[in-house]
Design a protein. Structure first.
Length: 759
């Protein structure tokens, strides 16, 4: 049984409306040990014959048998395996991978050897055999024609296939080098079938065992020039050799991909730059859109603290301090807060930096285990630590505290800033961190600043020992209430229109009775009312003393703000009334959320409702929901549009890289390297472009968020966003690679190498 047999083989080329015959009615047999020269004029069909034998081109007529097995049913994958097992090709124009070194070119054919050391040893042995030891580290682009051809021969020897096909192997060489190549081919034909296509038999006359002359696509003659020793025996499967060869497609493809990536540093650098631009662009788009994407997120009922539960009595009464103390002991709470309004409130503060005015939202926060970057933690009420993004260093200082006092809640509370803590994540709201006592005091100030107060009282004048009433007016007005620390006991005074009215009353009484009477001035039936959080009205009827000389009359009283200044004692009465009658909830602080959730039923049995602070709600107002959906959809549309633009940018740039690899890919296919390995190598090249680009973007993002001047420019992105961006870029690149893989493997190897149909 012959190694190779062609029976009535015919090849037809169809181009547009024309049909050309490549070869017709070819009947030939070949065996190992033969050195066959195929001769004929240009266009006679000899190269077509070689392409059909190599499986790089199909045939339309007849049958090609390999070791007796017909091949007419072969798929492209079968032909890939056929070339891997049987064929080594030597081309006239070398088809060496010029970005690879001599050593790398030869090692390509040894990819089945798992041991890198063994692979390197055998490659060096073959390079020495063809006389290129001194050039093993030279890239293919730096070699002479003869050196390139020797490299290809060494590569063919490394593959150790039974059939070596050479298409005009001496066509581009000088006579001396050509003679050396012919002699080398003769040497390796001892146990292989060597078929050489040449225009002239002269160079091969002393070595060829057989000459086949082709004319007009047919075999004109088949002449035996000298006897040959035909070699028998089964052909080795490329999947194993002494236990050292493997069929790990993934392993071989990965090695090939790494080699191809580093073999073309300029092209690889271009791809990394391309991926960097695209990845950084998507990073900028995503960071700028995060706030819009969160509009449909569920809202928190309360500010979350691990283990915090908000408790109320089911009978509608306020929770007392005594009850909270008992709950603390019974449920082993860490602590509780009777008046916790500050925990769920935020305030907006205005800061000026040069010509720029910045509004910053602050929430109030309990003191935890955080260590300030500047100063110390607060220790008592009235002290606070500011925790904020590093972009606010310009306001609070770096190294020492720049802003040491904050006036909050329209001046209802003055805080001493004793420490500052900075962080990079600018999506976390800035916070004013205080002790529980400090938060309770701020909660008082919140009540006073957020509630509308009204006052009702009589302004009366009396004279004589019997205090005979001589003048009285009733007054009702809304006003702000503030504490004057200089006042004591039941002292009060007014500013604004109320003060002006009181002065007018005083003058009216004096005009009425003149200087003959010593008038006694009193404020009577003084009632303070407030519209509270619960919607109920709180009324406090107290005795007060109007401090003379502090009622600030104003000629422009209609423009002045009505303010009632009271003593801290009176403020305490107002707040106690509010707490006892209107503020119903309190906060319990368990050890952790697990303890909190396990205690809910027990609290319910005692008549309390406890809501964990991680509870959320969904916006139900139809107008707000519709507006949120519109804004989110608009943000998604803009995001997709910009990402699509970047996708096209990547697509165009990646195309250049893949097109630049088409020639190398065709050479690899001609060598019989598995199609799957070549595809994997392209994926690896893509991955190696994405990884450094992504690392660069991550480093740049870290720098942006770490510098105070740039920290606030973009919303901080968390790990999940980076992973999604990486997956998106990777999937896009995989899609592009898949598409070009199809294109690369759509055409035959011959067409890809030659760019045409030449025979």
């Amino acid at each position: 049984m012959s190694l190779l047999r062609l029976k009535d083989i015919g090849k037809i080329y169809v181009t547009g409306d024309s049909v050309a015959v490549g070869i017709r009615g070819v009947n030939l047999e070949f065996d190992r040990g033969e050195f066959v020269a195929v001769t004929g004029k240009s266009g006679s069909g000899k190269t077509t014959l070689l392409n059909v034998i190599s499986g790089m081109d199909t045939y339309e007529e007849g049958e090609l048998f390999i070791e007796g097995e017909p091949t007419s049913h072969y798929s492209q994958r079968d032909w890939e395996y056929y070339r891997e097992k049987y064929i080594s090709f030597i081309f006239q124009d070398y088809n060496i991978i010029e970005s690879f070194t001599v050593l790398q070119n030869v090692e390509l054919a040894l990819s089945g050897i798992r041991s890198r050391r063994e692979r390197r040893r055998k490659a060096l042995e073959l390079i020495e055999r063809v006389g290129l030891s001194d050039y093993k580290s030279h890239k293919g682009s730096k070699l002479s024609g003869g050196q390139k051809q020797r490299t290809v021969i060494a590569r063919a020897l490394a593959k150790d296939s039974p059939i070596i096909l050479a298409d005009e192997p001496t066509g581009n060489l000088d006579s001396h080098t050509a003679a050396e190549i012919v002699s080398l081919l003769k040497e390796i034909s001892k146990d292989k079938l060597v078929i050489v296509v040449t225009h002239s038999i002269d160079q091969f006359a002393d070595y060829a065992t057989r000459e086949i002359r082709v004319f007009n696509g047919q075999i004109a003659s088949d002449t035996v020039l000298r006897s040959s020793e035909k070699v028998s025996g089964a052909i080795k499967d490329p999947g194993a050799e002494g236990g050292k060869r493997i069929t790990s497609v993934l392993h071989n493809g990965a090695i090939l991909g790494v080699s191809r990536f580093f073999a073309k540093p300029k092209l690889s650098a271009f791809m990394i730059l391309l991926m960097f631009i695209a990845t950084f662009g998507i990073f900028l788009i995503t960071a700028s859109s995060q706030s819009s994407f969160s509009l449909l997120s569920k809202k928190n009922l309360f500010t979350y603290y691990p283990g915090r539960g908000v408790v109320i009595r089911r009978d509608g009464n306020a929770v007392t301090e005594a009850e909270l103390e008992k709950l603390k002991n019974d449920f082993q709470l860490e602590s509780y807060m009777r008046y916790d309004a500050a925990l769920d409130k935020s305030i907006t503060m205005t800061f000026e930096n040069g010509d720029n005015t910045v509004n910053v939202d602050f929430r109030f926060s309990r003191l935890g285990k955080e260590t300030p970057d500047i100063g110390r933690v607060p220790e008592k009420a009235g002290e606070a630590m500011v925790s904020c993004p590093i972009s606010m260093k310009k306001f609070f200082g770096d190294g020492e505290i720049k802003t040491d006092t904050l006036s909050i809640l329209s001046g209802y509370s003055e805080l001493s800033i004793v420490g500052v803590k900075y962080y990079k994540d600018n999506t976390i709201p800035a916070s004013i961190v205080m002790t529980d006592e400090g938060l309770s005091a701020v909660s008082d100030a919140l009540y006073m600043s957020e509630n509308s107060f009204s006052i009702n009282f009589n302004h009366s004048f009396y004279y004589g020992e019997d205090e005979i009433p001589v003048f009285q007016t009733s007054m009702s007005s809304g006003c702000q209430i503030k504490v004057d620390p200089d006042l004591r006991g039941d002292e009060i005074y007014f500013t604004g229109y109320i003060s002006y009215s009181l002065e007018m009353d005083r003058k009216s009484a004096e005009n009425m009775y003149g200087d003959d009477y010593e008038l006694i001035e009193r404020v009577e039936n003084f009632i303070i009312s407030s519209d509270s959080y619960s919607g109920a009205s709180s009324r406090l009827n107290i005795d007060v003393e109007l401090v003379s000389g502090k009622n600030a009359a104003n000629d422009k009283a209609e423009d002045a703000l009505d303010v009632l200044f009271i003593s801290s004692d009176i403020m305490g009465k107002i707040l106690n009334s509010f707490r006892d009658n209107e503020y119903l909830q309190a906060s319990l602080f368990f050890v952790d959320d697990q303890q909190l959730y396990s205690s809910l039923d027990a609290l319910g049995e005692r008549g309390y409702t406890c809501v964990p602070s991680d509870s959320t709600y969904t916006e139900t107002e139809i107008g707000v929901v519709i507006l949120s959906y519109i804004m989110v959809l608009a943000a998604i549309f803009i995001w997709c549009l910009l990402v699509l633009f970047l996708g096209v940018f990547i697509y165009i740039g990646s195309s250049r890289s893949i097109i630049a690899n088409m020639g190398d890919t065709a050479i690899l296919r001609s060598m019989g390297i598995k199609q799957s390995e070549i595809k994997i190598s392209l994926y690896v090249q893509t991955l190696l472009s994405v990884i450094p680009a992504y690392i660069l973007v991550a480093v740049l993002a870290y720098v942006i968020y770490s510098i105070p001047a740039t920290n606030g420019l973009l919303s901080y992105m968390h790990l999940r966003s980076y992973i999604l961006i990486a997956l998106g870029i990777l999937l896009l690149d995989i899609y592009i690679t898949v598409k070009y893989n199809k294109k690369l493997f759509k055409d035959s190897v011959r067409k890809t190498l030659r760019g045409g149909d030449g025979a």
